[in-house]
Design a protein around this ligand. Structure first.
Ligand code: HEC
Ligand code: HEC
Length: 386
């Protein structure tokens, strides 16, 4: 095993130097192809053979191209908005009229699909959350092997699968709900992430706050300082749209080494959480921009681009679709003997054992109770959010 790891580490260095012409025993395509890191940065690859899928690098390249394509579509929408006339501040208190929603949604798309929001400009939020994979991970071989997706510093990776995030902006701030299970003092409800660690205490929206975690997670985007997001947005072609929507001040006195600091993955600065040295005033500006980064992405996730109510279930609820006999039987099972909708609330009462004659409640079918359950899976190791 030891020997194996040393061989792999050597292979990784050789790849970076571009001299890997002799195929090594047990080498995979992930190592044989140039990684998307600068030439002087060795890939992080301590894994035993067989962990990284053979087509990892080519798949990461494919996804990067797709992310760029979708970014381009949002950019075209931005251009169209300019042509049609940008919204202006209207009324008291002033709001952007008549297309403030559109402007914010488009800005959210630009931020979510911008590969520049990582030290090596190779990872965007959407790299792990692609629309065609239900906003989860888009690489079949990764889903079948390592589960977690490599971050900007190839091939550092976390431990969990990318969570699907439709309806995630509708989760309340994490709180102890005393009405549920009062005999046990209540049930923790709300929050984002599998374990609810994005509580929402800061921005009073767990989902907006969630978007503040990945940029500085060393295994995801991997930036060393939250201020790097403000820096990269200030350099983006769509910066005027961010200024229009939020009225923020990008006039920040950046230290001379800021480019280098933001191109260095997190973890390189020990316990220093703010290696970009800023005055108190400039830090406040950068923090303000970072808060609005989170709010904008959350707005995108709440929009029809991510969380539409257009499924067959929604159409049936509106009376616009009649389920087939099989679909209706499935629904009966879901609400009845299956007892699924005791956790995945669908707007109907649960009757276990079924069938459920219940009347639809006046609520959006989000298929969650905002709570946590221990499903007893060995890998799970505790409670996960429904
Ligand atoms: C390297 C892959 C990766 C990247 C990049 C990434 N995510 Fe995730 N995302 C994950 C994983 C894994 C989880 C679950 C993590 C956990 O619970 O510990 C997750 C969870 C989430 C959730 C929680 C959904 C819920 O219902 O609670 C949201 C929302 C989300 N991501 C949005 C984003 C946004 C916005 C960005 C960019 C700022 C982003 N992700 C970048 C992998 C990624
Ligand atoms: C005790 C509560 C509970 C019950 C009952 C329950 N689930 Fe779940 N379900 C969960 C939790 C928690 C998760 C998320 C954790 C996970 O995926 O391991 C989940 C995840 C899921 C997912 C994956 C969702 C995603 O976005 O990845 C599906 C699909 C699902 N459940 C369907 C069902 C069906 C069908 C039933 C009935 C047969 C059911 N569940 C019953 C708690 C429950």
């Amino acid at each position: 095993m030891r020997q194996d790891i040393r061989t792999l580490v050597r292979a990784a260095f050789a790849t970076v130097l571009g001299v890997l012409s002799v195929p090594l025993a047990g080498s995979t395509e992930a190592r044989a192809q140039p990684v998307d890191l600068p030439a002087n940065v060795p890939a992080y690859n301590p894994y035993p053979s067989g962990i990284l899928p053979a087509n990892l690098q080519s798949e990461l390249n494919r996804v990067k191209n797709e992310v760029e394509t979708i970014f381009g579509r949002y950019f075209a929408e931005y251009q169209a908005l300019i042509t049609a006339g940008l919204p202006t501040l209207t009324g008291q208190p002033p709001t952007l009229f008549p297309s403030g929603y559109e402007a914010t949604r488009i800005l959210g798309g630009l931020l979510n699909f911008d590969l520049n929001m990582s030290p090596f400009r190779n990872v965007a939020c959407s790299s792990c959350h692609m629309p065609y994979a239900g906003f989860s991970g888009p690489i079949p071989s990764v889903n079948l092997t390592m589960i977690a997706y490599p971050g900007s510093y190839r091939y550092r990776a976390g431990k969990r699968v990318a969570q699907r995030y439709t309806y995630s902006p509708r989760f309340p701030v994490l709180h102890l709900n005393g009405q549920k299970n009062p005999q046990r003092g209540g049930t923790f409800t709300g929050g984002n992430f599998w374990d609810g660690r994005s509580t929402g205490y800061l921005l009073q929206s767990p989902d907006a706050e969630q978007a503040q975690h990945p940029p500085v997670d060393t295994q995801e985007h991997g930036l060393s300082d939250t201020a790097c997001i403000a820096l990269r947005i200030s350099q983006a072609a769509y910066r005027p749209l961010f200024e229009l929507v939020w009225g923020v001040d990008f006039d920040i006195n950046w230290p001379s080494n800021v480019e280098q600091t933001c191109a260095t993955p997190g973890g390189a600065f020990g316990n220093n959480a703010t290696p970009v040295a800023l005055s108190a005033v400039d830090r406040t500006k950068a923090n303000n921009i970072y808060d609005h980064w989170g709010q904008t992405i959350s707005f995108l996730e709440s929009s029809n681009d991510v969380s539409p109510f257009t499924s067959k279930v929604d159409a049936a609820a509106r009376g616009a679709y009649t389920p087939t006999a099989n679909e209706a039987a499935g629904r009966t099972l879901f609400q009845g003997k299956g007892n699924c909708n005791s956790c995945h609330l669908d707007g109907f009462p649960t009757l276990n054992p079924g069938p459920n004659p219940g009347v639809q409640a006046d609520t959006e079918p989000l298929f969650t109770c905002f709570g946590y359950a221990n499903l007893g899976l060995p890998e799970q190791g505790g409670f996960l959010r429904v």
